[in-house]
Structures are given as structure tokens and as C-alpha cells.
Design a protein around this ligand. Sequence first.
Ligand code: CTP
Ligand code: MG
Length: 557
Amino acid sequence: LHTIGRGSLVKCLQKVDTFLHRNIGTNVVAVQEEKNGFKSLNAVQAERQEQAERSVLISCRSRTNEKKFLKYIANYGDIQKYFFYESYGMYAVVEFANKESVASLFEGTAIPSISHESLVPFKSRLLSMRNLDSVDLPNQPSGKKRQAQTSIPINELIQRLSKEESIDQQITSLTEAYQLTEENCRLRFLVCSLLKDIAAGFFPECTIKPFGSSVNGFGKLGCDLDMFLDLDGISGKKATMPKSGLFLEYQMKRANLERIVTQNILSVIGECVDQFGPGCMGVQKILNARCPLVRFAHQPSGFQCDLTANNRVAMKSTELLYLYGELDPRVRHLVFTVRCWARAHGITSSTAGAWISNFSLTVMVLFFLQRRSPPIIPTLDHLRDLAGPEDKSMIEDNDCTFVSDFSKIQLESNTETLEQLLCEFFEFYASFSFRTLSINIRKGKEQNKPEVAPLHIQNPFETTLNVSKNVNASQLDRFVAVCQESSWLIQQNNTAPSRDGTKGKANITPWGVSTLLLPSQVAGIKSRKRRIFESSSDRIKSLLESLKNTNNQQNQS
Ligand code: CTP
Ligand code: MG
């Protein structure tokens, strides 16, 4: 290790990380479309959707006897995979080897009768198991199989990171703690598939696909589930019109605008979700938004869901983010760290408002990585130039074409470490000329702002739109102020404190990335002009001191 040097070691570790990410982190079942070791998002979606179709979600008692449960379910078919989790109660996801097993399971189920209440007899793949023997601890679902589907609290994360030995390790550890697990990913596809069963009453050939952070590689446990009702695959939709013959009249109920059709479809499906969707609570139809949607909470999974239709551009931006995340492992690591940092400082929020969204923040990280020398990721224009005829995609006059074959993309050999990149990220945006310039990942270069808005990030596909139109000046000021503070802070705390040598005693003094997640001293800042370094540094130092003291006291007691 001493002889190969830090740069080569980091490169080597990154290669191992890429290998693990591609070969173990992602799925191990049949690969439909794999080029150069990468799987396209479409291939991942198709594979996961097929798994979800063979799966059921079962509500069960918390002390369910795992062996008896499996023995009972196995009466209906071979089980390919299963896991238990806790949300509002205990649930099991069971994936059968064959889809037919779901049908035979339905044959063996009864619709419950409840006195004084009438039920909609809608057969959903959300079932509940009753009166199977519960008991003895050894047979209860094991801890690993009953994973919670939420991320660890920030304080726990700070402690975990403080135990790492380098900033690079802290960043990878943060990604591991926050990224979606295999189980959570399966659950997301299953919820889409359950929703599809409702929409299929009207559109039997439809699919419901997740998009956004559930599948773009940047999703954190607990993130919302963005869903897209896809009616494009319905046979005949894309066929050329014959001069004579039969036409499907029922599909031709016209409206003068596509937007109105989308609103009508979502209104009806939203009503069905509200009336028939088991576990779907608080259904809201938000049909006048720029992108009409139906929002609801899916209680059995704990997911906040946004169902949209005719939202193909968002699907394309999801595909693009996924591709960037797969190109170099540093992309995902940096996005996770910056997202987490932004959330800890209230730069982003779980509700919509005048603050920066996770999507905007991700585009800002991508832009920063394009601006490195040499660049870590290519520009979108370059990806478009590499596209083949099969990649051509025009959506409502927007050119959404970019290469899907990863093997055509040649990366430059940038060897910067995660630590360097994180420090540089803060410096880059601490001094970025937001007043005059726009962030543009299509060109990979800042452009003059085309309109007055505090923060201008060009939408990669709908290029006349600003992704961060909602952000007001004071939110941008806070972002800049926290970047300045964090840039200083990481340089002051970039080495792990020496350990006390006592075996088994973890050193939990916050350092490195952990210090970046502690409450900011500049959160209330009103103006970017106010320089805060000197005054805040004393307060941060005293905060770190007090944490060290608490830690020492804990170690002594
Ligand atoms: N999107 C977009 N343009 C926007 C906002 C969103 O194209 N102005 C697309 C992006 O593909 C984004 C997806 O819609 O990933 C979902 O949006 P959102 O839920 O806001 O962002 P996520 O990336 O899913 O992040 P989060 O984890 O905060 O949900
Ligand atoms: Mg989302």
C-alpha cells in the first residue's frame, strides 16, 4: 500500500467499488440487456416489474412463526424470495417463482365479511394472514429479514461516520447507510404493480413504472415514490393509421389538449385509488399542477406516492441521472453526501417550497463534476452525439436523445479523491456567480442567465425551463453561506482524531463529514454579502469542544 501511492490506491478502490456496485448491489437475476457490464435502466425496470408481478404483499402478526408462514404459502407455489419488514405493523413480501402461483393463492383466499360494513370485492395482491400460529422466538423472522424501510437518524449517522478513518471512507459509508436496499427497491416496484392492477381495470395493457429517485440511483431510504402511468405500450397506439378498417372508438374519446386527457385519466384513476386501493390513504388529486398528479400515502409500505401520467420527459431525465450515476462511483457518493448535507442544514426539505429540490441539487453536483479538469462525466450534448438511431427520442418537440450503450462512452482519467471533490464542491458553489450565470449540464459550461431568477438551472430536456424556478433569493443565500462554512469546516477537521488505544472503545468525536452534518451556525443568514467565517469559526470550535467533552465523559463513565 505504501509503494503504490495514494492516487493509484484510490483508483483501485474505486474500480473494486464499481465492480461490487454493478455485480452485487444491482440485481443478480436474468440480465436482458447488458452492455459492457452495465445494465440500462429500461432493462432494470423490465426485470423488476416482472419480479413484482409474481409477488404479493401480506400483512401478518408481529410474532408470526416464519417457518409455518412459509410452509403455508409454499402450498400455492415455489417461493423465489421473501422478506419481512415493519411499517404500520408487520408485512411480508413473497415473490413466487411463477406468476400462476398468485392466481392459485387467490383461489385459496376469502373476502372477509365484516358485520355492519360493506366491502368493495376488489381482489388485490395485498392480503392478510390470520390465525396462523404465532410464537416461539427462534422461529420469528430474524432481525436481518425484518429491516425497517427508513434510513438511520442523523445523530446515529454522525456517530457512525466519526468512527471511519478517512473522509473517503466516511463518504462511502454514508452512501451505504442511506441508499435504497434491495428489499426497499423490490417493495417500490411491488407497490407500482399493485397500483397497476387498479389502473388495468380501464387500461389492461398499461404499466406503472417508478421514476425519479426510486430508480435513478440517488434514492435515500424513505424518499417518495414517483410513479408514471405508461399507456404508450398499448397495442395499436403507435401503429400507422390504415386508410380503412376498424378503429378503436372507445380509445378515441377526444379532448383538444393532451393535458386535458391526462387530467381526465388521472382523475378517474385517482378516484379508483381512493375508493378501491387497499392501504391508499389521503388521496389528493392535484390536476392543475404543471405536471398533473395524484398524491397519496400507501400505508402498508409507508411510501408517499405521486402518480403521474404522460410524463415521459421526467422518465428521460431519470434515465439520464441513472446513466451518470453508473458511469463513475464517485458520482453517486458525492450526490448522496451533498443531499444528506443539504437536508441536515434545511437547504432541502421533504415538502415543496421556495427551497432547492433534491433534483436541482443533483444537477448541480453533475455540473460540478463536468467542470473538473479533466471532467469526470461528459456533457449531455456529448452523450447526444454518441447516440445511435435506436436512441432517437423526441418528446413534444424536445430532443431527449442520448446514448444508451454505455460502452460507447469514453471517460477521461480524473483521479481526484472523494475528499478532494467534496471540498472543491463547496468552494465551487461558495464563489459561483449565481447573479449572472446559469447552470447547464447540456453544455457542461455555465451560460448567461436567460431570465431573472435567483438560481437558474436549465432543464436538460425542456431547455426553456428553469429546474429551480421556485428557489428564492434568501434560500440561495443560505446555500451559499453553508457552502462557505462547510468549505472552511472540512479543511479544519480533515483528519481523524487519534484513538485512545483502548480496545472496543469507539472514538466518536465528530470529524470530517460528521462535522458538516452538525447544525450550521449560518442558517439564519439573510444576505450573501455577510462574511461569516471569523465569527462562526469560534462558535463551531466551541461546539466541537463541547461534543469532545461529552464524549470523554461518556468514555470515563
Ligand atoms: N423532474 C424534472 N423536472 C423537475 C422536477 C423533477 O424532470 N423540475 C423529474 C426528475 O427526473 C426527478 C423526478 O421528476 O428525478 C422526480 O422529482 P422529485 O420527486 O422532485 O425528485 P427526486 O429526484 O425523486 O428526489 P426526491 O428523493 O427528493 O424525491
Ligand atoms: Mg421523488
